[in-house]
Design a protein around this ligand. Structure first.
Ligand SMILES: [Zn+2]
Length: 443
């Protein structure tokens, strides 16, 4: 595997911190960013590195001359600013058949073999790393279908009322060289996200979204640089690695995050419970992975199809995102055990492992990440939620909103009770809140 580092940026917005250096050489806790990137790549066995330079190329050359030689690091400077995609296209014929594209202003701790495995298994032409952030309204968002294939790119500003999932292009790609060959002669400058990806999609190329909670942030402004340094120093970066067991707040949806109704069939039926945004944001900042686990028998009963439910979840992510909160994953059970509804979907009728209190949804989450169950929580409004949490040996909180435990289907005691999700988040975060986590986040 080869890595291509886009190291041509000037870093105008970082000028006060650069002391005349180009952005890839910015000091991050005493180590140049480029050095950190090369280390992260080398740890994963990637020593074949191509560095595309432009601005202040001589300083980057000096940097490489002064450090132990990376086996096959190669600098390419063709003198012209071509944009991110333009720079790669200009040297495409010298690259390997498959390479990872890294931006020279990001600090990342990504398990590249794990991303590569998914890229290979899918047969994608290109895989983009996606993650939610706390300001999706002013981010470029990517739309993916239920199988993970990218279907659209939405640059900001987004039209009012656009229900878009909080999936942000993190600027980290695995690329097949053959997929880019069509565009080798395209006039520069050419940007990957703005220009090339939409064209690839229009030509029917297969672009995959790889959703991860792992750490990747750009440090293009002094504020972001400070934050990344804080995260490095306090262990946030390391704790977000796939090797680390994650603390999870599993949240039920109806009656916990949103107001319970007989039917939530369209985005307009979805109304957040007061305090839900603050609660989720608090969990995000305390480094809990927020995972929604929800029974949606409306699908089996034929009252809403998968597409409608996805639009409802896009609305949920938009509403949360407007307040700086995000969910890391969502698992739903579309089944319903009893037959006999008009318009029902026969294939989804019958018993299943995933309908809570079944544990299938939690097991799906555990397959996708390493979970520290002892330090994780289930928040729900029904005894089924609490029973599911008990079966998974989670700490459980029954909230008074929604059903408020009045279903009494299961005789089970929650470990805590709370008025609502916000009160529950305070219980969850009480021992976990660290001073470094309480400083807010902006990227
Ligand atoms: Zn199910």
């Amino acid at each position: 595997m080869q890595a291509v580092i886009l190291a041509g940026g000037k870093g105008t917005r970082l000028a006060e911190r650069l002391n005349g250096r180009p952005k890839p050489l910015i000091d991050v806790l005493g180590v140049p960013l480029l050095e950190r990137q090369l280390d992260t790549l080398a740890k994963q066995g990637i020593a074949n590195v191509v560095v595309l330079v432009n601005h202040a190329a001589d300083q980057i050359e000096d940097f490489f001359a002064s450090r132990p030689p990376t086996p096959t690091a190669r600098l390419i400077d063709d003198g012209a600013p071509r944009g991110t995609a333009g720079a790669v296209l200009a040297c495409l014929e010298t690259l390997e058949e498959r390479f990872v594209v890294v931006y020279g202003d990001t600090l990342f701790e990504i398990d590249i073999p794990a991303m590569l495995a998914e890229h290979e298994a899918s047969g994608a032409d290109l895989t983009l790393l996606l993650h939610p952030n706390d300001h999706p309204a002013d981010s470029d968002l990517v739309e993916v279908d239920e199988n993970g294939w990218v279907t659209a790119f939405h640059g900001y500003p987004h039209p009012p009322g656009a229900d878009l999932r909080n999936l942000v292009n993190a600027a980290f790609y695995i690329c097949e060289r053959r997929a880019l060959e069509t565009w080798r002669q395209s006039p520069a400058p050419l940007d990957f996200a703005k220009d090339l990806f939409p064209r690839m999609l229009a030509q029917g190329m297969r672009i995959r979204g790889y959703l991860t909670f792992e750490y990747i942030k750009d440090l293009g402004t002094p504020k972001r640089l400070d934050k990344v340094e804080r995260h490095l120093a306090s262990g946030v970066v390391e704790r977000a690695g796939l090797a680390a067991a994650q603390r999870v707040a599993f949240l039920d949806r109806d009656g916990v995050i949103n107001v319970q109704r007989d039917y939530v069939r369209t985005p307009d039926d979805f109304e957040l419970i007061p305090g839900a945004i603050e609660a989720v944001r608090m969990l995000n900042e305390a480094e809990f992975r927020v995972i929604v686990v929800t029974n949606q028998p409306v699908i089996a009963r034929g009252e809403a199809d998968f597409d409608a439910v996805h639009r409802i979840h896009a609305r949920m992510e938009s509403l949360l995102g407007a307040g700086g909160a995000y969910i890391d994953a969502l698992y739903l059970c579309p089944h319903h055990p009893d037959k006999g509804f008009r318009g029902e979907v026969a294939a989804l009728k019958g018993p299943c492992r995933c309908r809570k209190p079944g544990t299938g949804l939690f097991e799906q989450a555990a397959n996708a990440m390493k979970i520290d169950f002892d330090a994780s929580w289930m928040v729900g409004d029904s005894t089924s939620d609490i029973e599911a949490g008990r079966r998974m040996k989670l700490n459980t909180i029954l909230v008074e909103t929604g059903t408020g435990g009045r279903d009494q289907k299961w005789t089970v005691q929650p470990s805590h009770r709370a008025a609502d999700l916000l009160a529950a988040a305070r219980i969850i975060c009480a021992p976990a809140m660290k001073p470094t986590m309480a400083q807010g986040s902006d990227t």
